[in-house]
Write a new protein. Structure first.
Length: 286
């Protein structure tokens, strides 16, 4: 994949190889299909080269259409989608992958897919190991470059390693200044698993008016959202902010001309809260 502007990359483990993924990408969760097409086109125009969608978002078609119509070659765009809970299982996962590829534009347009993720562990179903085995086969067949998971706790990650011989390349989890997932991040760091943040801005809300973040932003002449995105980048997270507003899409990408100080990072780390989770706990969501 060609290097894009000054966006750093993270290395994903893919069997005996590694795959480079842009550390800053663009997410389309809760975006209607037609809006996703417009938003992804705008994001690519701004400079994003990593796009994150999912079957359950119901906007793979719009996302794929935007990528197909972009002036940027497909090989220069890192494309991620996910298998949904009801599609887990060995055979079902392979069928779900084929269906996602078709919605994204077909094999000739998008394969190899860059990253395929298990959306939730759904422990009550107890199908995530078989799902991961199917994904590893898709990777080894050359249909996807790297495979990973979302919302996995350390015990889920360890079970994948114990039963398949591999950890996933990446774990996408809810992660923002008020919910920093230190235990998950530490486990992933110790085992070569990249960490990616969904809801990296805490879904807006009061985090964007937090006085600590606001003070840092004012000193730097940046917005609170830019400060949070920069924080993610500096502590090593992959981050995928979402917006459908062109000015915000551009603003969220404009985070490479400043750095947070060690004091800034310490102050933000102190915002972590045991009750900061917004979404469901992975063990409770099926």
């Amino acid at each position: 994949m060609a290097e894009n502007t000054n966006v750093p990359t993270v290395s994903l483990s893919a069997g005996s190889e590694t795959v480079e993924m842009p550390q800053l990408g663009f997410g389309v969760w809760q975006v209607e299909d037609d809006q996703a097409a417009d938003a992804v086109r705008e994001a690519i125009k701004v400079g994003y080269r990593s796009i994150d969608t999912a079957k359950v978002y119901e906007n793979e078609a719009g996302t794929g259409a935007a990528i197909a119509s972009a002036d940027v070659p497909r090989r220069d765009i890192f494309l991620t989608t996910k298998v949904w809970n009801e599609d887990q299982g060995y055979e079902a996962t392979k069928k779900a992958f084929d269906a996602s590829i078709e919605r994204l534009g077909g094999k000739d347009a998008v394969e190899p897919l860059d990253l395929y993720l298990i959306h939730w562990p759904t422990p009550e179903k107890d199908t995530y190991v078989e799902t991961f085995k199917a994904m590893l086969e898709l990777r080894d067949a050359g249909r996807v470059r790297a495979v990973g998971v979302c919302n996995f706790e350390p015990e889920h990650l360890q079970r994948l390693k114990d039963e398949t011989g591999e950890f996933p390349a990446i774990n996408q989890v809810e992660l923002h200044p008020k919910f920093q997932q230190k235990a998950v991040r530490d486990f992933c760091s110790a085992n070569g698993i990249a960490v990616e943040a969904w809801s990296p801005l805490g879904q807006g809300g009061d985090i964007l008016t937090n006085p600590v973040l606001d003070g840092i932003a004012e000193r730097l002449g940046k917005t609170v959202a830019q400060v949070i995105i920069r924080w993610h980048l500096q502590i090593g997270n992959v981050v995928i902010p979402k917006s459908v507003t062109p000015s915000r899409i551009a603003e969220n990408f404009d985070v490479f001309d400043f750095e947070l100080t060690e004091d800034d990072l310490f102050a933000i780390s102190d915002l972590d809260s045991s009750d900061g989770r917004i979404g469901p706990h992975p063990n409770d969501f099926n």
